[in-house]
Design a protein around this ligand. Structure first.
Ligand code: S3P
Length: 168
């Protein structure tokens, strides 16, 4: 059984959708950020603060490698996982990769009241979202399936992914 791998920007709903999808399919839900936090005994924000983004990316790539060989899981990834091409290749090898696409405005509305995302703790988060999306969208577009999530409820998105997966 192939995995389902959810990619997309922060605030695109990967965790919530991933958990519901895993429930629906009876699959195990895995979140790469949670694995990193458990392995380090620190939150993502603490890891960024203490070690910096580069070290975080190294940990992220390590976790993606550790996951190679697992099957029948729904894997939710951190929004920057696509920056490293090796991660895209490893995740796609055994999984259907799904991009949960959301507009900058939707993303901003979802993340503006949260403080746990270090990359968006800047003076102008919307500008930062646009900047990062400009870099990352071509990478997210390497997914097998793209789902436009703006204005669509979670259950519908879960159903669309489950249907695509059954035909894959
Ligand atoms: C990041 C996204 C975060 C987390 C870290 C970096 C990014 O995950 O991995 O803060 O670079 O976009 P979520 O996408 O789950 O918020």
């Amino acid at each position: 059984m192939k995995n389902i791998v959810l990619i997309g920007f922060m605030g695109s709903g990967k965790t919530e959708i991933g958990k519901r999808l895993a429930d629906k399919l009876g699959y195990t839900f895995i979140d790469t950020d949670s694995i990193i936090e458990n392995e380090m005994g620190k939150s993502i924000a603490e890891i960024f603060h203490e070690y910096g983004e580069e070290d975080f990316r190294g940990l992220e790539t390590g976790v993606v490698k550790e996951l190679s060989g697992i099957r029948g899981c729904v894997i939710s990834t951190g929004g920057g996982v696509v920056i490293n091409r090796e991660n895209i290749l490893n995740l796609k090898k055994d999984g259907l990769m799904v991009w949960l696409k959301a507009s900058p405005k939707t993303i901003y509305e979802r993340v503006k009241s949260e403080y746990r995302r270090p990359l968006l703790r800047v003076e102008n988060p919307l500008q930062e979202i646009n900047k990062l999306l400009g870099i990352r969208e071509p990478l997210y577009a390497e997914a097998d399936i793209t789902i436009e999530t703006d204005g669509i409820d979670v259950e519908k998105i879960v159903a669309i992914i489950a249907d695509a997966y059954s035909k894959y």
